[in-house]
Each structure stands twice: as structure tokens, then as C-alpha cells.
Design a protein around this ligand. Sequence first.
Ligand SMILES: Nc1ncnc2c1ncn2[C@@H]1O[C@H](COP(=O)(O)OP(=O)(O)OP(=O)(O)O)[C@@H](O)[C@H]1O
Length: 720
Amino acid sequence: MKIEAATDSSLFRTAMDPLRLLSRSTTIRNANKKNATPSTPSGGQNAQPQLFPTNAQHSTTVKKRKRGRDAPDTIGDQEGSLDFFGSGSSKAARLPQVDRQNPVSKGYDEASVAGEQEEAQDSTSRPSSLTDGEVRTFYRQHKLKMMWLNGDRRSTKEGRKKAKHEDKVEKAKRQIFPQPLQSFRELEQQNAMSTTVVKNITDQGYHAPTEVQLGALPLLLDSPSRYLPNLRQAAEVGEGDIDLLTVAPTGSGKTLAFMIPLIHKVLAVRQKENQPSKSTLAIILAPTKELVSQTVNEGRKLAAGTSVRITQLRKGMRLDVNEDQPRSQSNIAEKSVVKADIIVSTPGTLQSLLQGPSGSGLHTLPTVLHLVLDEADVLLDPLFREQTEGIWNALTNPSLRVGLWSATMGSNIEELARSNINMRRERIDSVTGRHLAEAPLVRLVVGLKDSAVPNIDHRLIYAANEQGKLMGLRQLLHPNAPSKDTSLPLLPPFLVFTQTIERAIALHSELMYDIPAEAGGISRIAVLHSDLTDKARDSIMTRFRKGEIWVLITTDLLSRGVDFRGVNGVVNYDLPTSSAGYVHRVGRTGRAGREGGVAVTLYSKEDIPYLKHVANVVAMAQKQADIKDGSGVQQWLLDALPSLNKQEKQKLKKHGIESRTAHGNKSDPKAGKKTKISSKSGFIRKEENKRKGAIAGSKRRQQADATSDAGDETDFGGFD
Ligand SMILES: Nc1ncnc2c1ncn2[C@@H]1O[C@H](COP(=O)(O)OP(=O)(O)OP(=O)(O)O)[C@@H](O)[C@H]1O
């Protein structure tokens, strides 16, 4: 977490052209050029995607290197590059390093060092076959835990109370240990996955699976009877035919972990039917349009060259629903019906397209076999719960399987998921009059549940008041402004989070002229929020991904799921309103195990009552990363901060810090004034002050002239 290069801010100044410009500096201090490349996510220095690689893997890496294979030691020098997000050529440059650093599989490692071409030909890597003991050690080292949950008494509040003293042995019995996936190539031999899909995976530079992938893919592709031999119904269900709850850190590759099995299953069904896509087989729900669009992109890259169609649902489209009611005065052409195997949507959009005539509820989608809830804890949060559950119930196929995925998942979400699964089964039983077998339900947890990624540098900075926060942010924007704290290596591109849309807009207005024209001026800083049109949102996302925008001010709209590979840091200009909020916001940096990300949280006096939930997460991340210098949070602060009770926590989560909301401003204008961000930019204010000064000066001069004229008048006696 601590970054060595951070001790000399001049290194950062010279490291990137944009920064030189950003810092309004034309003089470049003598920095040791050799060491000048900063260790930041956008520097692409660390492409080890696993958060918990084993020692054995490291030593294998070294051993391979000693054999003199020709993989380069470092990625091409990216000094001065504006391509923060590693597209095009930089991707090619990165591949060899990815290869070298991810030697989970022996077969993979052999091929990787010999180059990509050879890799493509070598599809005969041996399937993994570890002994039971080896599998257990492997999962322990990678901090993976899998539990089979059916019939677990602790799944309900009542049951938890009763099972408080449940025998440890009993608990251990619920743990399951499927053979882990050690290389994506195994998918071809062990799971009969399409060669095209496997090639698509490796072509994107994904060679070694991340922790969540090496655990989830076998669960979703193998037969449950392999790892649940004593479970009767496990023998009855098909391959990967389970309900799965997954909690894995931000940026750990969950998208691939649910998308690969979906594509594989769609292909398998189509092959069985021996005909091209006819109806939708899978639905992925995500809370924001940005995440939906990103998921579609990722999916399409994986499914390229296959017949699998993945579509983002938009308003105006029409679904091929099971209409019990006559089609309502349909004036929409038949061709606009969505023909996709996998649909990705926000709950709101899908719900509105499923809406039947008023009062009749939702149309059903009986062909759908898989439902994925990405960011499941948000989708089952009060904000989205009704929509999500409505959709879940509209998927009436008895074989529907559900997957819940997030970096944070409270026990209430797990309870809710289980009760939904059970209620649905009972409903189908009552309709069909048959007893529907319970599918295995598995929980997969990677690392410490609900914790922030340990591979970034977390900083809590006291800024006294709103002006202090603004100054703090400006300091980050102009790193060569005199600063004692040279240990803050926050380079663009970075994200700035505020509590509300109004505050995001105000902060943007305040800072928009801060970047000098030579560096691109106001085009380098932008604001993104849900009040913008879809087109504007898309355009800002594209420009940020391309590296044209360096500082993106936003709300929690972008806190979840969105993957900007090379974001160097995150600034919490306003505190997140829950610990999960902090985990997700800061998780926009340090993705796929990249080192060098920075998360700065600015807090004022008004924030102190609400800081503890953030401080606790930071302390946990420090503990995980074994950091004892207190750079993120010191023990005395942790002890001194007040704790919120349950109700206060809920209120904070729902409404945020009240003085920063429109409602709070109204009810307590004095407090509201204290937390106001001036909505005029410093530049405009300066100009206005200059103008005001000029007008006042001119008035004064006129007055003085008038007085002297008047004096003359009195003196002048006039003509006789
Ligand atoms: N096996 C892999 N090897 C290298 N990079 C990977 C691998 N799998 C995924 N990635 C990369 O990791 C990044 C994060 O992936 P993804 O967006 O799926 O994370 P996530 O776990 O869904 O995060 P969040 O919780 O924030 O939604 C992406 O840039 C993706 O390309």
C-alpha cells in the first residue's frame, strides 16, 4: 500500500507530460529519469490480477525467469502517455507481463513465456487434478471459502439464534472444495467449452484466473456431484446447475466469472436445440446504465465469433414476452422485438418493458434460465428491491437459477435471496402440483467479506471545513503547489465523489478553470450524474476512458462496478454514507490487483460524527496489507471517533449528511451555509472581483471629479 516513489513529488511531476502541464510548471527539476516512472495503476506496472497470490506462484515466476525465457522485465515506458487506460498498443506491451506474473497453471506458464502464438497452439495443457489436501491448501492460500448452504439453520434469524453454538465440526462439514480452475485452457478439455470462447478469453490477455474466477467457474460449470458427493439432489442436477452467492473484492474479475458460464450455457442450449437464438435465456441486472453498457461490452468481447447475442435493453425496445393478455394496440413493428440470448438491463428499464396493461402486473419471461444480479446488495436494497423482486418473479421457468454478485453483501441480503428462492419454488409447486427439487445453494467468499482492497493507499485527511476541503482538492490538482505532504502521489486520471448532484455540479463549476489552457483547460475536468442525458453520460464516459478527461467529478452513480482500468485514485470529497459505499468507491482504483492506487478521503468538522464507518474499513484494509505506520488511520482516531447506532446508520445511508442535502439546507440554513461549495469558479470570482473593483474605482474617481467640479462651481461666481 505504501508507495516508495511517493516520497519525491518531483518524480511525479516529471513522470507525465499532462502533470507538468497540470502543475502549471515549465521548469522540470532534475529527477532521476530511471526512477521517474511512477507506480500507479495507469502506469500499468502491475498486471498481477490476483489479490492473494501464493508464495509458490512467486517462486515459480522467479524460477521461470532464471531459465532465460525472453519475456521482457518491464512494460514499455509509458512516460508522458495520455493513454491512461491501456488500449491498443499498450495492451500488446502488457501481455507478456501478464503471462509472466500469473503462473497459476503450469501449462499456462510454459506457454506464456514462449509467446502468444505458441500459446494459441498449445491447447493441451493438462487439466488440474489436485489431491483433497492440496485443494484445501490452495483455497486457504487464495483466501477462498465456499459453503454449501441448503438447510443451514443459520440462514434465518431464528435459526442463527438457535445455532449460535453450532459445532465447529458441523460448520466445517458445510465447506466444499471443488477442483479449482488453474488455467482458462482447462475449460476446453474439462468443460467442453467452445474453442472460440477460450481464445477470446486469452486474446484479451486473461490467462490466469483471478481468485473469484478460479473458484466460481468450476462451481458454475462442473457437476455439483463432484464436490457434493453426499447430497442426493446434487446427482440429479446438471452441470453448474446451482444458485450462487458470491462476495469478492472490487476489481477482482466478477464480470468474467459470471459471463463465461452464461455464454457457455447459451451455446450448449442452442446446440441441443440445433437452431439459432430464438428466445432470451439469461438476464443480467445491474444498477446503472454505465455498468449495463460495460457488461454488454465485456460480454460481446467474450462471445465474439459465436452465435451468442448480448443486448443492452433500452427504452423503446420490445421484449418477446409471454402475453397472457392480448397484445396492447401494438403499433411497434415486429422487428423491434429484442432477439437476444442474454439481456443486460437496469431493473427500471426491464420492469417498464415487462409492464402489462395497467394493474395486470408484469408479463412473464418463461424462457429465461439464468438471472444474474450484479451488485446484488444494491439491487435488493429498498431503492431497487421492488423492481428486482418483480422481475425475479416474472421469470417463471422452474429451472431458473440465480447468481448474486457483489463486493459487499450483508447477511440480510443472503436471507432475502434465500427466502425469494424458497418462495418461488413453493409458488411453482402450488401451480404445477409437483414438488420442485431444491437446487444446491452455494456461497463463495474471496478474502475478508465487505472489506476494501488492500492493494491501495488509503488516506484520511482532516480539512477542518468546506474551504479546507476545496483547498485540499486543489492541492491534489496542482501537485507542485508548496506542500509538506509529499507522500500524496495522486496523479490524474482520478475520480472525485460528492454526496449529491448539486454538490457535484457546484464543485465542477468551482474547479473548471483550474486546469490551465495549455493542458487542455476546462475539457480536462468534467461532471457526470444521473440528471444528464444518456448521450451526455455516454460521451463523458468515453472521453474519460480515452484519457481526454483527467478529473471526473461524480456521485455514487459511478461508485459501483464501473471499470476504468487505469484510474490512479479516488477522492472522497464528501464522505460515503456507508462502509459498503466506501468499499465500492475506492474500488474504482487498484483494479485487477494493480498497485499504486490512492484513496483520499477529505473530512471536515461536520463529518466527524459520521467518520467511524470509513475509518473502520480503512483500518481493516491496513491490517490486511500489514501496514502499521497509521498512514491511513491511527488507532487514537479510531478510538476517539463516535459510533452511530443502527437507526442513525440507516438514516445516514438513506439521506446522507443532512446539511449537504437540499432538505437539510432548508431546515438549517446556517449549517447548510457552512457546507456550501461556492458554485462560482475561482477564476470567475477573481474576474468578477476585478470587475467590481474597477467599477468601484471608477465610481470613486467620478465622485472625486464631481466633488472637485462642485468645488469649482461654488468657487466660480459665474459671469456677470
Ligand atoms: N483473469 C484476469 N486476468 C487479468 N485481468 C482480469 C482478469 N479478469 C478480469 N480482469 C480485469 O479486471 C478488471 C476488473 O474486472 P471486473 O470489472 O469484472 O471486476 P469486478 O470484480 O466486477 O469489480 P466491481 O466489484 O468493482 O464490480 C477488469 O479490467 C478486467 O478486465
